[in-house]
Every structure is written in C-alpha cells, then in structure tokens.
Design a binder for this molecule. Sequence first.
Ligand SMILES: NC(=O)c1ccc[n+]([C@@H]2O[C@H](COP(=O)([O-])OP(=O)(O)OC[C@H]3O[C@@H](n4cnc5c(N)ncnc54)[C@H](OP(=O)(O)O)[C@@H]3O)[C@@H](O)[C@H]2O)c1
Length: 254
Amino acid sequence: MTTPLHLLGLDEEALKSAVLADIRARGDDPPHLLRQVAAQSAAIQASQAIDATLQELRALGCEAVYESVDVANAAETSAAAGRVRQHWGQIDGFVHGAGQIKDKLIIHKFLDQFRSVFDTKVLGLKNLLDATQEDDLKLIVLFSSVAGRYGNSGQCDYAMANEVMNKVARAEAARRGDDCLVRSIDWGPWDGGMVTPALKRWFAERGISTIGLAQGAAAFVDELLSAGPEADQTEIILSARRREGDTPRPASAL
Ligand SMILES: NC(=O)c1ccc[n+]([C@@H]2O[C@H](COP(=O)([O-])OP(=O)(O)OC[C@H]3O[C@@H](n4cnc5c(N)ncnc54)[C@H](OP(=O)(O)O)[C@@H]3O)[C@@H](O)[C@H]2O)c1
C-alpha cells in the first residue's frame, strides 16, 4: 500500500483527522464511519512501519523482501514459498507470526469470526509446514500466546489456536530431532501490535506490565541464539517482569 504524500509523517490523531477529511472530501458516507477511519489509519500506519523496517534492514546490509499473503490459503502460501526458493535457492526456516483476535464471549461469537482467528494460526501453520515439506528446515518459530496456556475471557478461539500450535510444535520438534530448532513462544502482552492504547490501559489498571518492543525483540533473539534443540523445551513463556509498584492481579492477557 502506498501512503498518499499528504498523510506521510502524521501522528495518530492528525492521521485520523486527515483520513476523515479525505473520506468527506470524496463525498463518501460509509456505515460505521469512525471504525472505517480507524481501520484506514491503522492500515496506513502498518504500511509505513513496514517501509521503515525494510529501509532499516537494507541499511544494515540485509536483503529483505515483503510479500502480503493469506497464510490460511494453501495455494497462496505455497506460491509464496516457491517465489522465495526461486529468489534465494532454499528455505532454511520460518517464523509464523500471523494472528488475529476477535474477542467476544462464546455466546456472541459467529462462526466466521472463530474461523478467521483459528485458521490464521492453525491452518496457517499447516500450510507453512506443507509448503516447506521438501525443504531442509533448521528453524521453526511460532508466535503463540499465554492465552493458549492459561485461557482468557472472550478468547476461546484464540486460546485454542495457540494451544494447538504449541502441541504441533512439540510434535514437529520430536519428529525433526536435533537438526531443526522448534520453538513455540507463549508471549505475554507487548507494548504494541494487538495491544491497542485502550488495551494497554486495561492491562495497566490490572497491574500487568507489557513487553517493550526492544525488550521483546532482544528476548526473541536471545532465546534463539541460546537455545539448544531439546524437544522438551519447545514451548517457552516470555512475558514482562512485574514493575515495582504494580498491583499483582490474576493474569489475563493476549
Ligand atoms: N501483541 C501482543 O501482545 C501479543 C501477545 C501474544 C501473542 N502475540 C502474537 O504475536 C503475533 C503478532 O502479533 P501482533 O501484536 O504483531 O499483531 P498485529 O499487530 O495485529 O499483527 C498481526 C499480523 O498478522 C497478520 N495476519 C493476520 N491474518 C493473517 C493471515 N490470514 N495471513 C497472513 N498474515 C495475517 C497481519 O497482517 P495484515 O496487517 O496484513 O492483516 C499482521 O501483520 C500474533 O500471532 C499474536 O497472536 C502477540
């Protein structure tokens, strides 16, 4: 997605105002206007973050390519894997970080919401494993969640999906042995991504600390560099340490 020039470099509030002004200038009157403004602004911010990350990586001398693929779609995932092989010759590993949340109590959940949450993780993992079955993988990392370990209100789909990934990771680790490092990381809540400012306030009110972006990235790298490929350590829980003054409450997290 290319960001229109007049929307570049705006902070969140200014961006939302400019997106709203654009919608009005076009004479559009979409249903759920504020939701549309929030969704369009989030997409623009995500696209800018991707561009910035790619530029940083290239400045560090890394060759990086970004492709947008629906991992729940087997054909798209397999085609993307084919393009990677064509470009780099082989696939050595993958990190499955795709995820969605549609938090609602079971009684209010629709099947399509359940499917988009569950399939992104579980079908996504199946498709990635299928698409790389001929590759000599050295690394498989799954972004799971403490919700899979402990459960969480409104997240039956998300908790199930993460726990299935944890179990598949165990099976893959046992099957592949020492040649491939397999980790399923049960992340606690981060200070970003799915954790919106409102959700962050919710966590703060309950004394739950979030993982800073730099801390989380460093913990991720440490985990992979220091880990031996023992199958019994496949599932790892990484969450923020409670800060001084935080009030301990039962954890309920992403
Ligand atoms: N943030 C946290 O506190 C936290 C805690 C525990 C676990 N996690 C896990 O960490 C991972 C990343 O989370 P995040 O906070 O960065 O979430 P995020 O900001 O919502 O990003 C989720 C990413 O998943 C992608 N995605 C969603 N559905 C997809 C699909 N069907 N195919 C391919 N990509 C898809 C999204 O792509 P588009 O933007 O193109 O839709 C987006 O890049 C997730 O698996 C999440 O469950 C996060």
